[in-house]
Every structure is written in structure tokens, then in C-alpha cells.
Design a binder for this molecule. Structure first.
Ligand code: NDP
Length: 312
């Protein structure tokens, strides 16, 4: 029987990739531990999940997150709340340092990093000062505070457009600002947004400054070298994500900072796997994160099997 801190497979991150890996790892008979800060990750920010097979139309991000964790636990995976501060490898053993109720060290034969990605900031005046006072990075979390108000959304990717659509149901008016002359989001989403009667889309428009004393009052924008003040009650910044790679900074990255793996989610360090939005790949969806996690766990199970009998 392995000690409470000794595992076959440690997974860092309890999003779609991490939980899916936990289901596959536990079902493969691996003693599996999932460590997460309980921040909830990106799934919690989704209202209704419309594009994951067989769960439409009733599944919220919060329910999905809870169910996938319960499913992994039912197969024996253990979840703990812990902030991981480092991963080392000594001979064939990984050492994972984490802060739980105290500093603790865990060991594992294989480790999966599924730490996801974080919201990009614009780094403009007023953004930091008014965060939580009208500046938000999540429509599902904060949209309800601005019922009947004027909202500005910044960004033209899938997140910005889906969240802008969500906000049109709450706000009196939604203005979407794009720095380029076209959307990056899927055409079907853009079509749905454009069909709303309370939306204005402004192309080639850059946010310069967010104004307000204790809450957002206006935003300074610039278009064709002209500056304009737009009155608004909230600014939702949905300008993409940066992969959370702090724990794996030593691994090769692509130009966006995402970790490079092969198709088996293996990194250049044997036994260390990376899955989900932190990984370099063309499409970031819940279904692709779940797929990454499953592949990583199956590859980890093979790796652990091959390690059995190898001296540590
Ligand atoms: P994306 O990287 O796809 O889009 C980011 C958007 O923000 C782009 O329009 C970009 O503009 C804009 N942007 C970036 N920096 C700035 C800035 N400083 N000022 C103004 N605008 C800026 O990120 P998303 O979060 O939208 O999506 C991340 C991944 O998740 C994608 O792969 C996406 O497909 C996926 N996703 C899928 C969903 C779905 O299918 N339902 C829902 C949500 C996300 P520009 O185009 O000019 O670079």
C-alpha cells in the first residue's frame, strides 16, 4: 500500500483535461491524485455548453465541472485542494511540492500538467483600478450585475462573441470593440451576434483608457486616429488567453507560450505529460481538452507499466 503522499499518477489541474485524465487513470488502476487550487477554471465561466457531444441543451459549465469530478472520484481518483509550487524529477520519481494546509511533498511515477490558461489583460489605464468595479473577464460570472445597462465587450474571438451574445440577453446595449477589421470567432457565432437588435460592432477600434471613480463610467476609444468617449457601465475584456506554464517553464514552448508535446501528450521529459489549453495545439475546446486528458492518462499508464521493475 502506497503512502498518502505517494501516487502512480499526479494530475495538476481539475478542468476538463485534468478530470478526464483522472477518469482514465483511475480506471486503468493507477493510484491517481488530482491537485487543484479550486479556482474552478474556464468551464465555470460557461453558461450553457452547446458544443460538447450529447449534453445539449441543459448542461451549465458549473454542472459539467461538478459531474466530471464526481465521475473521476467514483472510479477512485482522489482530489485535493493544493497550490503546486514545483515539479522535480529525481531518478525515475517525480517530486511535486505543494501547499495544502502546510507545505507538503508528493511523489509520483508520472505527472500530468493540465493547468489551462489565463485571461489576457489589456494593461490600459483604469483596467486594474476598476477590476471588480465594472471591469470583468467573465460574462457568465458578472453579467447579471449589469442588467439593463450599457456594456462594452473587447475582443473578437469565440469567447468574446459567445459572451457578448449572452450579455445581449441582460444588457440594454452591448458594444463590441474589435481592434482588427474582422472577427476571429466562428462565422455562425458572429451571425448570431449580428442578428441581435441591441448590439453595435465597431471594427478597427482600440480601447485606450477606462474611466470611473468607484465604478466604470466610460471608456476612451480610438478609431482612425480619432479619440472618442463612450459612456458605459461595464467593460468585459475577452481578449484571449495565455497558457499557464509556470510549472513547466523548462519545457519547449511555441510562440504563444504553450508547451509542445507529441500526440501522446508526452513532453521531452519522460513521465511528464501536458494536456488541455496549456498545450500547443490549433483548437482549444472542452472536447479537445477532455480528449488530451484521456490520451495523456493512457500514455501515462503505459509509461508507468514500463517503469515497473526499473530501479528508482
Ligand atoms: P482568441 O485568441 O481566439 O481571440 C482573442 C480575441 O481577443 C481576438 O479577437 C483578438 O484580436 C482579441 N485581442 C487580443 N488582444 C487584444 C488587445 N490587446 N486588444 C483588443 N483585442 C485583443 O481567444 P478566445 O478566448 O476567444 O478563445 C480561446 C480558445 O478557446 C480559442 O481556440 C477558441 O476557439 C476557444 N473557445 C471556443 C468556444 C466555443 O467554441 N464555444 C468558446 C470560447 C472559446 P485579433 O483577432 O485582432 O488578434
Amino acid at each position: 500500500m502506497k503512502a498518502d503522499t505517494s501516487y502512480d499518477f499526479i494530475i495538476i489541474g481539475a478542468g476538463a483535461a485534468g478530470c478526464s485524465a483522472a477518469i482514465y487513470g483511475a480506471r486503468a488502476g493507477l493510484k491517481t491524485l488530482v491537485m487543484d487550487t479550486n479556482a474552478g477554471g474556464q468551464i465555470l465561466q460557461i453558461d450553457i455548453i452547446e458544443n460538447y457531444p450529447a449534453i445539449y441543451p441543459d448542461m451549465t459549465g458549473a454542472s459539467f465541472s461538478k459531474l466530471i469530478k464526481t465521475q473521476a472520484e467514483s472510479f477512485g481518483a482522489k482530489f485535493i485542494s493544493a497550490k503546486v509550487s514545483g515539479i522535480d524529477k529525481i531518478k525515475n520519481q517525480f517530486i511535486v511540492k505543494a501547499k495544502t494546509e502546510s507545505e507538503k511533498t508528493f511523489t509520483a511515477t508520472a505527472v500530468l500538467v493540465a493547468t489551462g490558461a489565463e485571461h489576457n489583460h489589456l494593461n490600459i489605464p483604469g483596467e486594474k483600478e476598476l477590476a471588480g468595479k465594472g471591469v470583468s473577464y467573465c460574462a457568465v460570472c458578472d453579467g447579471a450585475f449589469f442588467a439593463g445597462k450599457n456594456i462594452v465587450v473587447i475582443g473578437g474571438g469565440n469567447s468574446a462573441v459567445s459572451e457578448a451574445i449572452f450579455l445581449t440577453q441582460i444588457a440594454s446595449h452591448v458594444t463590441v470593440l474589435l481592434r482588427k477589421d474582422k472577427f476571429r470567432a466562428a462565422a455562425s457565432l458572429v451571425e448570431r451576434l449580428s442578428s441581435k437588435s441591441n448590439v453595435t460592432i465597431r471594427y478597427e477600434t482600440v480601447a485606450k483608457k477606462i474611466n470611473g471613480k468607484n465604478k466604470v463610467e466610460s471608456i476612451e476609444i480610438s478609431h482612425a486616429e480619432k479619440t472618442e468617449l463612450l459612456e458605459c457601465d461595464a467593460v468585459f475584456i475577452l481578449a484571449g488567453m495565455t497558457p499557464s506554464t509556470d510549472l513547466v517553464a523548462m519545457l519547449p514552448h511555441d510562440e504563444q507560450g504553450a508547451v509542445i508535446t507529441n500526440e501522446r501528450m508526452e513532453t521531452i521529459m519522460p513521465g511528464l505529460f501536458v494536456a488541455g489549453d496549456v498545450r500547443s495545439k490549433p483548437f482549444r475546446q472542452i472536447v479537445t481538452a477532455a480528449s488530451d486528458g484521456a490520451i495523456a492518462a493512457l500514455a501515462a499508464a503505459e509509461y508507468i507499466d514500463a517503469q515497473a521493475g526499473v530501479a528508482t
